[in-house]
Design a protein around this ligand. Sequence first.
Ligand SMILES: [Zn+2]
Length: 378
Amino acid sequence: MISFSVTHTSDKSNARRGVLLTPHGEVQTPAFIPVATQATIKALPTFLLEETTTQMIIANTYHLHLRPGESIIQNHGSIHSFMGWDHPVMTDSGGFQVFSLGFGKDFHSQKMTSQPSYDQVREGAQPKLLTIGEDGVTFTSYIDGKELFLGPQESITIQEQIGADIMFSFDECPPPFADHAYVKTSLQKTHRWAQHSLDARKGTNALYGIIQGGRYKDLREESARYITSLPFDGFGIGGEFGSKKEDMTTMLSSIHPFLPPQKPRHLLGVGHLEDIPLIIKEGVDTFDCIVPTHYARHGYAFTSQGKIDIRKRIHQDSQDPLDPSCSCRVCSHYSTGYIHHLLRSHEIAALSLLTLHNIHYFHSYVADLRTQIEQNKL
Ligand SMILES: [Zn+2]
């Protein structure tokens, strides 16, 4: 079980400071949650993750179910002992990955890069690679081609076996290019699955319900009203909000009145650096995103001067750290010129160093926002 307390709400916005207490320790909120898809942050061993000041990670139910399988993780005790991380862990429900296999593949889109043309997916449409039924989704494993089924019952059982401190209810994540009728029907399913997810829970792991509704304000509000009426421990906000950045904040502010203030809120899959103050001002407590780790593996460092491509020749002779104001171990030990050299030499250590720095940078950025909330500046 978890407990959550709000310690301060800003005078200037809906931003709030809080403490989330889990069986594996506490999380000072607002907090950025790095993504550990396969029970590791990509390119970063767990003992180095502790250097980044990470408080909680989010692992991926869909991927861990496919490989190694939840029983292997359970035989280790839980995901904490499996990956050597004695701190809080969230698992997503697997819904997003299953559904991005469907319409996502059909339309060649991914959450980070999608430029959808709207209203292509209509009510009753089925994606090619999976079958969405009343009780869940039938799909094919990308590892061995086996046919698999995932519904709320299966998702919760898997998440309990993984041993997450915080689990998410199984939802249909509608494609960004779905029309209103599709999202409305999909939402009814997500709402039924929310109740089934609660019914399936056997243990004491915390469970968050997920608010969906796509880019439609009426459906988002309907979903917020219904999901918050159920006895969840917290609430996730999922899916797409529309094509413009403002759509996200408009939607968050429209559902804010429905969210019970005493329960934690997690925004799924959002966290470009420039988005972070905006979502925190709308009362988001935790959020996960692959941005810092994804860009690290492509040779980019986040710094107070912006996002920098360290492979560029201009860095060849630099003896400065990636960011002079950063207190991470990479910035106190290595020059930008050295990391540039590793990248140019295709040494994989470069990716670990950039990943460590980027995650640390994101956490420092959010820690500063926590202070700003306490001072009523945000
Ligand atoms: Zn650094």
